[in-house]
Design a protein. Structure first.
Length: 161
């Protein structure tokens, strides 16, 4: 078995499940995952090794998925959203098992409401409107609280990494 086959067999399911969580469609997830591995193989020389290869593959897959959405006119990006796509992304840290434990440790130490809002958004996949409603607050409050929690976790992870 070649190294590329080993890479594909080792990480296909992780990348597929990640894209499935974004697309909510297994056919799209299969297509996007396959496309992502083709792109990864074509650009393997650009992998610097500064992050887990699983994270790198998921990043490629995410960009493939966003391209798919743009091509099918299901989503448009603003400049702010495009900037956020390229920034350090906590969602990818959660994919890695070793980093997942550290994220959970940091999350456990956060004070409420940051801890609860972050958990409801990431793990329960609630909208900001739903989260705000649970707390008797606005969706804007939930959004700001989530992003503050996320920033706190990112700062702690940057120290860890």
């Amino acid at each position: 078995m070649t190294e590329l086959e080993k890479l594909y067999r080792t990480y296909f399911e992780d990348v597929y499940l990640y894209i499935l969580s974004l697309s909510k469609n297994r056919h799209i997830a299969e297509d996007i995952t396959s496309e992502a591995f083709i792109k990864a193989i074509e650009s393997i020389d650009t992998f610097r090794g500064t992050c887990d290869i699983r994270v790198w593959l998921c990043q490629i897959a995410k960009h493939c998925y966003f391209s798919y959405l743009r091509k099918n006119k299901k989503f448009t990006f603003t400049d702010k959203e495009l900037k956020n796509v390229t920034e350090f992304n906590i969602d990818h840290l959660i994919i890695s098992k070793e980093n997942s434990m550290k994220v959970h440790e940091i999350l456990h130490k956060l004070k409420n409401p940051y801890k609860e809002v972050f958990s409801l958004r990431v793990f329960s996949e609630l909208s900001f409107k739903q989260i705000g409603s649970l707390f008797g607050k606005t969706d804007n409050w939930a959004c700001v609280t989530y992003h503050r929690a996320r920033k706190k976790i990112q700062e702690e992870m940057e120290v860890y990494l």
